[in-house]
Design a protein around this ligand. Structure first.
Ligand SMILES: [Zn+2]
Length: 320
C-alpha cells in the first residue's frame, strides 16, 4: 500500500499584502479548487480524518488523501466547503474550542491579521455538509509551554465542550503549533481520540507494516527504537484496576486493527506475534504512529507540479 498524504491547510482565500506575517498560510480559492481537481483527476478521494482512519490502520486500501484545516477559519466554510462538496470530498477542521466565533487572537503578537473563526452555527453547517470537526485545544496554547495539568485540560476539555456544543462525538485531535511531548500522546489516547496530527512533514506509512521492519536500524525506525527501549523499559502495569481494564481493551483493539488472525490474549507477558516484542510496547508503537501523524503542508506558494510531487511521490517523506 502506498503512503497516505494528509494535507494541511489553514485559510482559503486571498492573501493579505506582501510582507504580512504568516501570509503563506493562505491558499487562494482558485488554487484550492485546482488542487482538489488534481486529486480527482488522479483518482484520489479526499477524506476527513475519521473516514481516513481505516486506511491508516490498513483495514482498507485505495487512493485516498486526508484533508485537514487547522484553527477553524470561517473561510473554510465559505470558500473550501463548496469546493470539497463539488468533488464529493470530506475534510476535518480542527477547532479551538474556547475561541469559537472569535478570531485567531493567539497570532496577534506575531502581527498576523485578525481573521474570523467559525461560530457554532457555522460549525453545524460544516458538519451538515458532511465534514468533520476535530479539537485543536481550548486556547491554541503550545502544550510545551503550559503545565502538565493545564495541557491535560486543553486536551480533554476541548473534546467535552465541542461534543456538548455540537452534539456529535469528536474523535480527532491536532497539536497547536505541532508542539507535544511523548507523554501527551498517551493523554490524547486516553481522552478518547482516535488519532492526532502534527506538523511533522511526510506521508503516513500504514501502522505496523512490513516496511517498518525492513528499514535500516537507525534512530529513525520507530520499531528498532522501541525494540532497543524494550530492554530497559519498565512498562507500567495496572496503576489501578480501571487502567488494567483499559489496557486490556486497547490490546484487543490493537489486535483487531493490526493482526486479525493473531491470537494473543492481552496478557502482559505475551509477545506481539509478528514483532516479538512485549504487548505494551506494540501498543506504544501503535500510539506513536496514530497519535503523531505527519502531514503534507499546502501553502500559498505551493505550485501545482509541487502539489503533485507532494502527494504522489516521496517528496515530503523525510523519515524521522
Ligand atoms: Zn493552529
Amino acid at each position: 500500500m502506498n503512503p497516505i498524504p494528509i494535507l494541511t491547510y489553514h485559510q482559503i482565500g486571498d492573501a493579505p499584502a506582501r510582507g504580512t506575517p504568516m501570509r503563506s498560510l493562505y491558499v487562494s480559492e482558485r488554487g484550492f479548487k485546482r488542487q482538489m481537481w488534481i486529486l480527482k483527476r488522479l483518482g484520489y478521494t479526499g477524506l476527513s480524518m475519521s473516514e481516513l482512519q481505516p486506511y491508516l490502520q490498513g483495514k482498507k486500501s485505495g487512493r485516498v488523501v486526508g484533508i485537514t484545516f487547522d484553527d477553524g477559519y470561517l473561510n473554510n466554510l465559505t470558500h473550501a466547503a463548496p469546493i470539497l462538496n463539488f468533488f464529493n470530498f470530506s475534510a476535518t477542521c480542527y477547532v479551538v474550542s474556547g475561541l469559537i466565533g472569535t478570531t485567531n487572537s493567539w497570532d496577534e503578537e506575531l502581527g498576523v491579521p485578525s481573521a474570523p473563526l467559525m461560530n457554532i452555527e457555522h460549525l453545524k453547517e460544516w458538519l451538515n455538509r458532511g465534514h468533520e470537526i476535530g479539537s485543536h485545544c481550548v486556547t491554541h496554547s503550545s502544550l510545551l509551554k503550559i503545565t502538565d495539568e493545564r495541557a491535560r485540560f486543553e486536551i480533554e476539555d476541548s473534546k467535552t465542550q465541542l461534543e456538548r456544543m455540537l452534539g456529535v462525538p469528536v474523535h480527532q485531535f491536532c497539536y497547536p503549533y505541532g508542539d507535544y511531548a511523548k507523554g501527551h500522546l498517551e493523554w490524547v489516547r486516553r481522552a478518547g481520540y482516535w488519532a492526532a496530527t502534527t506538523t511533522k512533514r511526510g506521508r503516513v506509512v500504514c501502522a505496523i507494516r512490513e516496511d517498518y521492519k525492513m528499514r535500516p536500524q537507525t534512530e529513525g525506525n520507530p520499531l528498532h527504537k522501541l525494540e532497543r527501549e524494550s530492554q530497559t523499559a519498565n512498562v507500567q502495569h495496572g496503576e489501578s484496576e480501571k487502567d488494567q481494564i483499559r489496557v486490556q481493551i486497547n490490546n484487543q483493539t490493537i489486535k483487531d486493527e493490526t493482526h486479525k488472525s493473531a491470537s494473543w490474549t492481552g496478557n502482559s507477558e505475551a509477545s506481539h506475534p509478528e514483532l516479538g516484542m512485549p504487548l505494551e510496547l506494540s501498543l506504544e508503537l501503535a500510539s506513536a504512529l496514530i497519535y503523531e501523524l505527519p502531514r503534507v503542508p499546502v501553502v500559498r506558494s505551493t505550485s501545482w507540479p509541487q502539489f503533485l510531487l507532494k502527494i504522489a511521490t516521496s517528496y515530503e517523506d523525510r523519515h524521522p
